[in-house]
Design a protein around this ligand. Structure first.
Ligand code: COA
Length: 267
């Protein structure tokens, strides 16, 4: 469904500023500490701008189809065409996460903590953030934001998020989901609704729970999946998670003490 049909609250000429997010290190393994990204830049794109970056749409689509091939996606292999991907993920806004292993950029304002994560505005273009790296190397993940409903309810955002396969379980889902809480209100939305999270997707459930979203509904037997033993299909329940963005807006700019501490830690 296009954003026009869904009467988006967003001025489509608006492009929000890039933000820089500090990825808290997990204490799990030393290997993680040396190889995992430490910063993510998030870039607001629309389809026409995304098309300007050679190879980007193909890389996004590749991650999408890899998720579809897992057999756990909302989409199935019959319907996951490139056109469908573009229509769904670029219905309004797509936010691109680019991974960085060391700090190269700095905050330029609006520094704050969003659900406990430090971030700020940074004047970084997609090409500068990419720094000539292949997309496969630097693409951390992406998500779309769009109206969940038409007309008088179009102020409720819907979202779809995919973290690059090689970057999963490194906390990047936490970063991108928090950035959604930052960006969606700035696009004009007043609340967000993850309207279908399958019960067999613990990472996604955990993600929305960690943002203090309210689990408002359980939809019985909404997902049809192939059984692991190949003996036909099985049905899985799904959940709806809801969050008022007014709560996120209360995130206060973080103190200069935190800023100093972060700068020191990053050098
Ligand atoms: C769901 C998804 C976005 C999570 O991204 P991620 O970067 O791997 O998640 P994070 O590393 O930030 O971890 C988020 C939480 O999920 C948990 N988690 C991550 N992978 C998990 C897994 N395979 N099983 C159980 N829990 C998992 C983490 O431990 C963490 O929990 P915590 O808050 O208690 O620390 C990612 O797995 C993905 O892209 N999946 C395919 C697409 C998808 O399902 N999108 C959501 C549709 S609603």
């Amino acid at each position: 469904m296009s954003s026009t049909a869904y009467n988006s609250p967003v001025d489509i000429a608006t492009t929000l500023q890039t933000t820089l997010w500090h990825l808290p290190l997990k204490s799990s393994t030393s290997e993680f500490a040396t190889s995992a990204p430490t910063f993510i830049t998030i870039h607001h794109l629309r389809l026409d701008t995304a098309r300007k970056f050679p190879g980007l749409l193909d890389s996004l689509y590749k991650e999408f189809t890899s998720d579809v091939a897992s057999g756990r996606s909302l989409f199935d292999t019959q319907t996951a065409s490139h056109d469908m991907f573009e229509a769904y993920f670029f219905a309004e806004s797509l936010f691109l996460g680019i991974a960085h292993n060391s700090i190269v950029f700095h905050w330029q304002g609006d520094e704050r903590s969003v659900e406990g994560m430090l971030m700020g505005v940074a004047a970084v273009s997609v090409e500068d953030a990419r720094a000539s790296r292949p997309w496969e190397e630097c693409l951390a993940g992406f998500y779309s934001v769009r109206p969940n409903f038409p007309g008088r309810s179009s102020h409720i955002a819907g979202a779809a998020i995919i973290i690059s396969t090689k970057h999963r379980q490194q906390g990047i889902g936490h970063v991108l989901a928090r950035s959604m809480l930052y960006y969606a209100p700035r696009l004009g939305y007043s609340a967000g609704l993850a309207n279908l999270v399958f019960a067999n997707n613990p990472a996604s459930i955990r993600l929305w729970e960690s943002l203090h979203c309210t689990k408002i509904a359980r939809i019985p037997r909404v997902g049809r999946f192939s059984r692991a033993d190949g003996q036909g299909d099985e049905y899985v329940d799904g959940f709806m998670f809801y969050k008022e963005f007014s709560e996120s807006r209360k995130d206060s700019p973080w103190a200069s003490m935190s800023k100093r501490a972060l700068t020191k830690a990053s050098l």
